[in-house]
Ligand binder design. Structure first.
Ligand code: F6P
Length: 545
């Protein structure tokens, strides 16, 4: 399958811009006015993207002709736009309480969501007041462990860390994700089982990693109560769409919080999947997160394409991916508190958009999801930025900064932000050979020219800057919703279903076949391919060593 790389309607723009350096585009002083947009606490600066007014207009005409508003409205209204699973996509309804626009999601879904939010509120307040025993939980809780993976981990993990300055000091949060037993082992060494509340988050309640870890923690808590199953079960909450399975596993019905088929795992932070966050920051802050997201929902629902932040972000990505053929995008938050943003976006974007057929089963016409990668700045500068500045590939970047920090160390923060701004400028402007030569000192002319060649920066490397006024529940909610709607728009532009994830199933199935072989229950390994068989045998031979 070889998708067409550059849509023909953009070819002339690509050609024209290939002859223009970002340095020259940036000489236009009003460019920033046209390419910088604000909604509430978010500023989106697209002025260092390798795009001009004519190219953006062409992209705008394309999106307008695509019927994006109709597709968007279908999502908000709960139409079954996840066609391969016959499901609605209603994560926006989870935060509609913060919206100013009239609700359009089906009323039964809204009622269930409201009811669950109310239950979350009751739970959080009870724990805050030290009245958790009245809710069927342990009397004194000092630590909360969220067990889950993928969408049942990444959202709450990102938000709990990002909002650390808002945490209630008496409660510590932990995330147990990987099936690597080392993590569970370390956690059990640190925590007191009688004071630990475990939230098992799994939409399906069949995920191997989550259930294995839940079993390990259940055994640990059982041991603390001399195998009294009733006492141990008070330590477990479950968040799942598979209530029956959660009950069968041993969670009391009153301790199970629902997920719904109409919310995909990677869009579920706003539901009871966010319980660990609500417990960490309190219900008011949790509601503020929902309001921040709802603000972007309203903006997305009501703003024309040329001022609509998610639409603009999607068009720039479409331009980079499909017109310019960029295969990856680096996300670099200049905020340690946003250290989990990149891995969150990896799932949100790559699980949603890493598809190669349309909902009709036809090959896609264009390349889809770029690889999303990155890590916090300035650390990243001292690792892979060399390659971003002088390597042979051009990688578009996304810088995320926070204007007002939650700490008083002003000098640190100014240094942090100055680095962010400097990197965006350096990538765009570069340094010419002549500029490098003028700086070169010592040696003869030939040596200076050699040195100048090493110290030349091509520049012309695009980036987006997103600035948050401060990192609060509202701005975090807005930031995440911005990305969610960008993903929706790209799914629409590429004509793919952004809400299923069949691509994760094949490997899960093969792992289920390999496990009994590793456990020594299978004598005949000939059913496996030769590479797998050799490694199974190698592991079997070496493991006793
Ligand atoms: O890896 C696939 C996936 O299904 C993700 O989409 C999901 O977020 C994750 O596994 C966890 O699934 P569950 O919440 O059902 O345990």
């Amino acid at each position: 399958m070889s998708p067409q790389r550059s849509p023909s309607f953009l070819a002339a723009h690509v050609e024209r811009l290939s002859r223009t350096h970002l340095r020259d585009l940036l000489k236009d002083r009003e460019r920033g006015e046209r390419l910088r947009h604000r909604v509430g606490p978010l500023l989106l600066d697209l002025s260092r993207q390798k795009i001009d007014d004519a190219a953006l207009r062409a992209l705008g005409e394309h999106v307008e002709a695509s019927g994006w508003q109709r597709a968007r409205d279908a999502m908000f209204a709960g139409e079954p736009i996840n066609t391969s699973e016959g499901r609605a996509v209603l994560h926006t309804a989870l935060r509609a309480s913060g919206s100013r626009l009239p609700p359009v999601a089906p009323s039964d879904a809204r009622k269930e969501i409201e009811h669950t939010l109310h239950r979350i509120e009751e739970l959080v307040r009870a724990v805050e007041r030290g009245e958790s025993a009245g809710m069927g939980l342990p009397a004194k809780i000092t630590d909360v462990v969220n067990i889950g993976i993928g969408g049942s981990d990444l959202g709450p993990r990102l938000a709990v860390r990002a909002l650390a300055p808002f945490h209630a000091p008496e409660l510590r949060s932990h995330f147990l994700t990987n099936v690597d037993g080392q993590s569970a082992h370390e956690l059990m060494r640190q925590l007191d089982p009688r004071r630990t509340l475990v939230i098992v988050v799994s939409k399906t309640f069949t995920t191997q990693e989550t259930l294995l870890n839940a079993n390990v923690l259940r055994d640990w808590i059982l041991r603390a109560y001399d195998s009294d199953a009733r006492a141990a079960s008070r330590h477990f909450l479950a968040v799942s769409a598979n209530t029956a399975e959660a009950e069968r596993w041993g969670v009391a019905t009153s301790n199970i919080y629902p997920m719904w088929d109409f919310v995909g795992g990677r869009f579920s932070l706003w539901s009871a999947v966010g319980l660990s966050l609500a417990l960490a920051v309190g219900i008011e802050h949790f509601r503020a997160l929902l309001s921040g997201a709802a603000r972007i929902d309203d903006h997305f629902r009501s703003t024309p394409w040329h001022e609509n932040l998610p639409v603009l972000l999607s068009l720039v990505e479409y331009w980079n991916r499909n017109a310019l053929g960029r295969a990856s995008r680096a996300v670099v938050p200049y905020a340690d508190l946003l250290g989990d943003l990149t891995s969150y976006l990896q799932q949100l974007e790559m699980e949603s958009l890493g598809k190669q057929v349309t909902p009709q089963g036809e090959p896609v016409a264009q390349d889809t999801s770029p690889v999303v990668w990155g890590s916090v700045g300035t650390n990243a500068q001292h690792a892979y930025f060399q390659s971003l500045h002088q390597g042979t590939d051009t990688v578009p970047l996304e810088f995320i900064g926070v204007v007002r920090p939650a700490h008083p160390l002003r000098a640190n923060h100014d240094a942090l932000l100055s680095n962010l701004l400097a990197q965006a400028a350096a990538l765009a402007l570069g340094k010419t050979f002549d500029e490098a030569l003028a700086e070169a000192k010592g040696g003869d002319e030939a040596a200076r020219r050699v040195l100048a060649a090493q110290r030349t920066f091509p520049g012309d490397r695009p980036s987006t800057v997103i600035l948050l006024d401060s990192l609060t529940p509202e701005s975090l909610g807005a930031l995440i919703a911005l990305y969610e709607h960008k993903v929706f728009m790209l799914g629409h532009l590429w004509n793919i279903n952004a809400f299923d994830q069949w691509g994760v199933e094949l490997g899960k199935g093969i792992a289920r076949q390999i496990l009994p072989a590793l456990e020594g229950q299978v004598d005949d390994l000939t059913g496996f391919d030769s590479g797998t068989r050799a490694l199974i045998e190698e592991i079997q031979q070496r493991r006793e060593g």
